[in-house]
Design a protein around this ligand. Structure first.
Ligand code: ZN
Length: 153
């Protein structure tokens, strides 16, 4: 299942990417562009905008109720019975939605901060952003928040 978020739902888009779901988001996309992308790419529209869904062009959509990102994520998970697991977390770039690839530690020696290189074993790479990521405190905090919200077990 793939998603496209309206311009109010940037944080929800990041959380869905965190869970590994292909999710488009752009702050500058027009309503008509959003609708045509959803149709062409078979994406479910996530929106807080009742006007957008009243257009009825969209076959698949979900009107998001809460203004809190994790509550929004819970609603999407419940509605579509989304599979979520810790193994699938952080498999997609949170910035650009590209699937991340693991990269051998030796290859990134010049790119990672020395402390990180010494203490981490697993690194992933976004081919579009050309950035390396690793499981630091940020990742741990996000994982904790998903567990507290019972989005992952
Ligand atoms: Zn990226």
């Amino acid at each position: 299942m793939k998603f496209i978020c309206d311009d109010n739902l940037g944080k929800l888009a990041k959380w869905l990417r965190t869970l590994g779901y292909d999710t488009l988001f752009s702050r500058t996309i027009s309503d008509s562009q959003l609708l045509s992308k959803a149709l062409n790419e078979d994406r479910v529209i996530l929106t807080r905008d009742t006007k957008l869904v009243e257009l009825k062009v969209a076959s698949k959509y979900l009107l998001i109720e809460s203004d809190k990102p994790l509550e929004q994520l819970k609603q999407v998970k419940k509605e579509f019975n989304l599979e979520t697991s810790e193994e699938k977390l952080f498999t997609r770039c949170l910035v650009c939605n590209t699937p991340l690839n693991s990269i051998e530690k030796e290859k990134i020696k010049d790119k990672a901060p020395p402390y990180v290189y010494e203490t981490q074993e697993n690194f992933v790479f976004c081919s579009k952003c050309e950035k390396i990521f690793w499981s630091g405190t940020h990742v741990q905090k996000m994982t904790e928040r998903l567990k507290e919200s019972q989005i992952i077990a």
